[in-house]
Design a protein around this ligand. Structure first.
Ligand SMILES: Cc1ncc(COP(=O)(O)O)c(C=O)c1O
Length: 382
C-alpha cells in the first residue's frame, strides 16, 4: 500500500466551481473572492476577512498594518515554519525566538514574558498543529506591555479556544490555504481582524495600495480612475482559488470530524505501545488536527527518529517532521542562539514524527498505518 503524507479532499463541487470561474472569463480577484471572504467571516465570526495568495503574504501585511519597522522586536516560537520568521526580516525588524512547552508544543505566556524588552512590538503565537495557544494569558500579557497580537493560524481552521473561534481573538489572524492545510485552495491565505483601520489598510495593501476597487476597473461597475495611497503588494488571491475555497469551507466541519476520528483511532492504538509519547492536546474536540505528531521514546528503542522515518518510507507511508527548530538553519549562524537555550524544541526535534492525517483516508489506510507503526516499534524495542 502507498499512503502519502497528505492528500487533499477535493470533490466535484470544487472541480465544478473552479471550472465555472474559468468559463466565466473573469479569472482573477472579483465577486467569488468577496463571497469567499463573506462566508469566511460568517464561519469564524470574524468581523472582517481579507483573502490573499498565501499565509506568508497575510503575515507580511499584518506586520505592515501593525507598523513594524527596523529594529522592532517580534516574539515568535522557534518551532514553526520559516515563514513566521522571514516576514519579520522583510522589515529589518528582529525576530526573537521563544521556546515551546514540552507537552503542548506551544509557546506559553511565561516564556514570552521573559523575552519582552522595551523594543518588543508584537507577538506571533503559532497554533501548532491546530491546537490553540493560551490566548487569555497572551492577551493579558499583550495588554500589559502594549503589544500587537498577530496569530499565525496556518494550522488552525477550525480551532476553538474556550468556545471562541481562532480568527476572533488576536488583533490580526492569518490563515493558510496551502496544499496540505485543513482547507486548501492550492495556494492562498486569509486575514481576519475586528479592527476596521487594519482591515481597510490591509485590503488596500494587498493590491498595490490602490484606494479603489481596482479589480473592478475593467467591469461596467467600475471606473478607470484610482489613487495610490502608499506602496502596496501584489498579494491578491484569484477567483479560481476563491471558488475552490468556498466549496472547501462548506465542508470544513465534516473534514475536521474525519481528522478527529483518525486522531482518536491513532490515540487509542498508539497509547498501548509504551514507546510513544502522544500529543498532549488539551481538548481534542477543539483542535483542527492539521498534524498528528508522535514522539518516539528513543531511550526504549533501538531505532532513531530518522531510522523510523526510513522504515515507514520503505513500507510506503509518507511522514514529515514539524519542525526543524529555526536556530539550527545556516541563516541563523551568527544570531547567537544556542540549542541548549531551547530544551522544549530540542526534545521535540530529536523525537518527533508527523504521521499522515487527512480527510478521505480510508479505514484500510489508517489500519495499515497503525499496523506498520506498531510493527516497526515492536521490532525495535530494547
Ligand atoms: C505555521 C505556518 N506559518 C506560515 C505558513 C506559511 O503558509 P503559506 O504557505 O500559505 O504561505 C505555514 C505553511 O506551511 C505554516 O505551517
Amino acid at each position: 500500500m502507498k499512503i502519502p503524507f497528505h492528500k487533499a479532499l477535493i470533490g466535484e463541487g470544487e472541480v465544478n466551481a473552479a471550472a465555472d470561474v474559468i468559463r466565466s472569463g473573469w479569472l482573477t480577484m472579483g465577486e467569488k473572492t468577496f463571497e469567499f471572504e463573506k462566508n469566511f467571516s460568517a464561519y469564524t465570526g470574524a468581523p472582517d476577512s481579507i483573502a490573499v495568495n498565501s499565509c506568508t503574504a497575510a503575515l507580511h501585511l499584518a506586520l505592515k498594518a501593525a507598523g513594524i519597522g527596523p529594529g522592532d522586536e517580534v516574539i515568535i516560537p522557534a518551532m514553526t515554519f520559516i515563514a513566521t520568521w522571514e516576514v519579520i526580516r522583510y522589515f529589518d525588524a528582529v525576530p526573537v525566538l521563544c521556546d515551546i512547552e514540552k507537552e503542548s508544543f506551544l509557546i506559553s505566556a511565561a516564556e514570552i514574558e521573559k523575552k519582552i524588552t522595551p523594543r518588543t512590538k508584537a507577538i506571533i503565537p503559532v497554533h501548532y498543529g491546530g491546537e490553540a495557544c493560551d490566548m487569555d494569558a497572551i492577551t493579558d500579557l499583550a495588554a500589559r506591555y502594549k503589544l500587537v497580537i498577530i496569530e499565525d493560524a496556518a494550522h488552525a481552521l477550525p480551532t476553538l479556544y474556550k468556545g471562541k473561534m481562532i480568527g476572533t481573538i488576536g488583533d490580526i489572524t492569518c490563515f493558510s490555504f496551502y496544499a496540505t492545510k485543513t482547507l486548501t485552495t492550492g495556494e492562498g491565505g486569509m486575514i481576519t481582524t475586528a479592527d476596521k483601520g487594519f482591515a481597510d489598510r490591509i485590503r488596500r495593501l494587498r493590491l498595490h495600495g490602490i484606494t479603489k476597487d481596482a479589480w473592478n476597473r475593467y467591469s461596467d461597475k467600475g471606473s478607470w480612475e484610482y489613487d495610490v495611497s502608499e506602496p502596496g503588494y501584489k498579494y491578491n488571491i484569484t477567483d479560481i482559488a476563491s471558488a475552490i475555497g468556498i466549496e472547501q469551507l462548506k465542508r470544513c466541519d465534516s473534514m475536521n470530524l474525519m481528522r478527529r476520528k483518525i486522531a482518536d483511532k491513532y490515540n487509542n492504538a498508539f497509547s498501548k505501545t509504551g514507546v510513544l509519547d502522544l500529543w498532549g492536546v488539551r481538548d481534542r474536540g477543539e483542535c483542527a488536527w492539521h498534524l498528528y505528531p508522535v514522539r518516539l521514546k528513543t531511550g526504549a528503542l533501538k531505532i532513531s527518529r530518522n531510522g523510523f522515518i526510513d522504515e515507514m518510507k520503505a513500507a510506503g507511508i509518507g511522514t514529515s517532521v514539524h519542525y526543524i527548530p529555526m536556530y539550527r538553519f545556516s541563516a541563523f549562524k551568527n544570531t547567537g542562539y544556542l540549542p541548549a537555550d531551547f530544551p522544549g524544541c530540542e526534545d521535540m526535534f530529536a523525537r518527533e514524527v508527523s504521521l499522515p492525517i487527512w480527510p478521505g483516508m480510508s479505514d484500510a489506510e489508517s489500519d495499515y498505518i497503525i499496523e506498520t507503526v506498531i510493527k516497526i516499534l515492536e521490532r525495535n524495542k530494547r
